[in-house]
Design a protein around this ligand. Sequence first.
Ligand code: NAG
Ligand code: NAG
Ligand code: NAG
Ligand code: NAG
Ligand code: NAG
Length: 434
Amino acid sequence: TWGTLCDYLPGLAESLRLSGGESRCAGRVEISLHGVWSRVLDDNWDIRDAHVVCTQLQCGTAEKAYYLPKSERGTGLVGLRSVQCTGNETQLMLCNTSYYQTVPTGVSEDVGVICSGESLQMRLVNGTNRCAGRVELYHHGIWGTICDDNWDLSDANVVCKQLGCGHAIEAFVSAHYGEGSGQIWLDDVNCTGAESDLWACPSRAWGHHNCQHKEDAGVLCSDFLALRLVNGNDCAGRVEVFYNGTWGSVCSNRMSLLTAATMCKHLGCGDGGGIATDFKYGRGSGPTWLDHIECTEEHSSLWQCQSDPWDPQSCSNRAEETHITCTECFGPLRVMGGEDECSGRVEMWHQGSWGTICDDTWDVADASVVCRQLGCGSAVSALSEAAFGEGTGPIWLEKVHCKGTELSLWDCPAKPLFGKNCDHKEDAAVNCSG
Ligand SMILES: *[C@@H]1O[C@H](CO)[C@@H](O)[C@H](O)[C@H]1NC(C)=O
Ligand SMILES: *[C@@H]1O[C@H](CO)[C@@H](O)[C@H](O)[C@H]1NC(C)=O
Ligand SMILES: *[C@@H]1O[C@H](CO)[C@@H](O)[C@H](O)[C@H]1NC(C)=O
Ligand SMILES: *[C@@H]1O[C@H](CO)[C@@H](O)[C@H](O)[C@H]1NC(C)=O
Ligand SMILES: *[C@@H]1O[C@H](CO)[C@@H](O)[C@H](O)[C@H]1NC(C)=O
């Protein structure tokens, strides 16, 4: 079988779901392959494996890992088989798994998970922007409000900080931003101001209160921050941030792919992104607000990442402005053994290890996709026969067939290496323009 790397490396993007349970956070584990929902079978399914599923689905922690009773077993295609996670992976794809085995071997069974539920969330409602409004918390699947008894600036400060909205300018009482409906989650909130989450502050127990919605609490925060891409489409373009009343640019000095990916995630554009180097999305004219942004894996919102302080002249040259393209399907890639970070043996991360690519059919079209994905310009050459030394560990792929226009190597047709047709003497490498 031939397909794209996305097909072979399940677990990327939103390709996992729980079905047949009481909520989206409980039920039989299913994975999408070739756009078809397939079964996950295992003979050693445990809480650590379940935990990775809950984490990937943002469903809190795993409460139970189980096998489906005979009557509820699936009958369709098998996507994954034999999943072994350590428990701290962020995606099932990063666990040690075997896949594409449609012929049953041994006694693997369909697996299920019960997660603790969606994690706690907070939002501000009915203000003019995301940094002002009625405070609402999401808990046990329900959005609810906060009572204004004892509501003051220290409480509001925790809200603003938590949302990446600067500090509190005002703590509103008496449903200033309108009355909510349904649940009132917290009352008598008494933060010191140092807490990182509102729910870490002292208060009555969840759902215990003596209030009505005309007492709903609200806040106004100092920063209204927003992110957009211009001159492209929703998920590709030149990056701009809104700060202090003005849209401005973001500079790309020392920007990593992970930071680009965090922007994509922030924009709801999938889990991966590349930094485009051809300036196709034009030049900005406003301030250049930010530079040296550095996100790590823990950051889901751009505003949590480290950067230089906001400054209308963060960088001097418009050629430093950031252009990105986001893609749903993207995974870690690196080059090793070369002279710099733009040349070397191509290695990709899969199932918990870095592995190499066999040089059969490896050509400049494949190399140009790698170079683009690494933010390294265009391909100077596609090298074979371990030109930058032999790798160790697995050889993940052979016969990669990119057209050259793909956004990432994960979009190219390829064949996973099941046989022993290649060894590390044939590791593929690239030399990019830089
Ligand atoms: C994940 O867990 C394994 C073993 O339990 C440990 O060796 C490894 O350092 C952990 N990785 C991270 C990123 O915490
Ligand atoms: C993955 O699992 C297989 C089969 O149990 C084992 O041989 C292999 O060493 C494991 N690989 C890693 C990286 O843990
Ligand atoms: C929004 O707030 C205004 C007052 O600022 C209020 O009149 C209106 O009902 C609110 N709407 C909602 C949906 O809460
Ligand atoms: C709030 O907490 C402080 C200690 O941080 C305490 O002194 C004060 O009495 C509390 N206020 C209320 C209304 O519970
Ligand atoms: C924000 O804008 C105001 C006036 O528009 C200006 O006085 C102030 O210095 C600006 N702050 C920053 C951090 O640029």
